[in-house]
Design a protein around this ligand. Sequence first.
Ligand code: C5P
Length: 401
Amino acid sequence: MQILQDKKIVLGISGGIAAYKTPELVRRLKEQGADVRVVMTQSAKAFTTPLTLQALSGNAVADSLLDTQAELAMGHIELAKWADLVLIAPATAEIIARIACGMANDLLTTLCLATSATIALAPAMNQQMWHAQATQANIKTLNERGNQIWGPGSGEQACGDIGLGRMLEVDELVSLSSDFFADKYLEDQHWVITAGPTREAIDPVRYISNHSSGKMGYAIAHAALRAGAKVTLISGPVTINAPIGCQLISVNSAEEMHQQALKFAPKCTTFIACAAVADYRVAKIADHKIKKTNDAMQLELIRNHDIVADVASLSTKPFIVGFAAETQNVEHYARGKLMRKNLDLIAANDVAKSGQGFNSDDNALTLFSAIDKTEIPLANKQIIAQQLVALINQHYLAKHN
Ligand code: C5P
């Protein structure tokens, strides 16, 4: 069953240009099984129409506190009690200010005061308005009161400015809505995850690296966040966005990743080594670009620290999961690494098989502990990650109870 199935979402739309995206947002939430009721401010109607939103939501759109007909159908207090989640998208600087002040001068603000459901706001405004002290103070107040702030994103704005203030994309809002309702079984846990490749410099312009896209590690970070964990993602250079809500520590080399991993690992409950760490680095990085004067050149390479093995030898060590990407004898090599690196679990995959593993959107894993083995069949990395996170937690609980 889809997580949003039968969830009751009040979508509050305030008057910003990003309101033109809300018909699509309603359509996508409905597609996931949610029951959506739209509330619009007067200025929102300048950007999108009640008729469109009514047609897509399948429910009458509410836009007035003093409408006798609407109050008869589903009054504002009833609507406030009905909601499992109030999502305000776009949330302009103005509606943010009015909600932070506790005003009740239209239907949407009144509903926010009257609801016991969580209110999630997706800010959308000019970057200067977002950075304004007043807006930041209002956001801080709303955060402290337990409201959720989803975004804003960064990029080009309708006014031509570039910066923070864009409403998150519809996909991201649907994903955050679904995450909101997911079971928070990792609420007390802090996961540290290494992901992506590392880059080992040869000279100021060249480096040695590998094909890791970071997708698996990022999917695990998202799945752990969704299950309520605090997540620190230590990532090598990748081209994908970190999941919203994680603490991202960007690194380049294996040595930087090692340093950051040893800084965060002693404080976490669970350490996932998903990064494709370069085994060797260049012994002496040239200060200047190396010129091609000879037909052949030699580089002296020295071994990098084994990050996950060093985490496993900490005196206060977390629950540790490693990865083994193999092209043959998968079980044999994976079990060898599990023992040698002193891990609790190892997730192995056969990277020789096409359509899975490195750079792919799909994966299939086998999870080995010292005593058992569980298969996670081929699926999208997001789905694999959710299953893997749940399995890791089962092993974690078995060890700690
Ligand atoms: O030895 P191998 O590289 O195959 O081991 C893979 C596992 O060890 C992965 O979990 C990887 O993230 C981790 N690793 C590490 N530091 C290294 C090399 C590998 O943490 N220098």
